[in-house]
Write a protein that binds this ligand. Structure first.
Ligand SMILES: [Zn+2]
Length: 73
């Protein structure tokens, strides 16, 4: 029983580490217009951004998709 509990705790810790590494290893995106680095954690400016990703550049105000490319309006 104790072995089972230890295994569950260990498995959970590994999963948490993998998720954290995935977040921190993500390359920092830059605005394709002005080159300003985009924050990894941002407040979505709209429902669509919250659902699909995407950014609004803090520096130049460009609408960017989830890969940092400017969207054609
Ligand atoms: Zn920009």
């Amino acid at each position: 029983m104790e072995t089972f509990v230890n295994g569950a705790v260990f498995g959970g810790a590994i999963a948490a580490v993998i998720i954290l590494v995935g977040v921190f290893m993500r390359p920092t995106l830059k605005c394709s217009e002005c080159g300003t680095p985009l924050p990894k954690f941002r407040k979505p400016a709209s429902f669509h951004q919250g659902m699909w990703g995407g950014y609004t550049c803090q520096n130049c105000g460009a609408e960017l998709d989830a890969k940092g490319q400017k969207k054609d309006a």
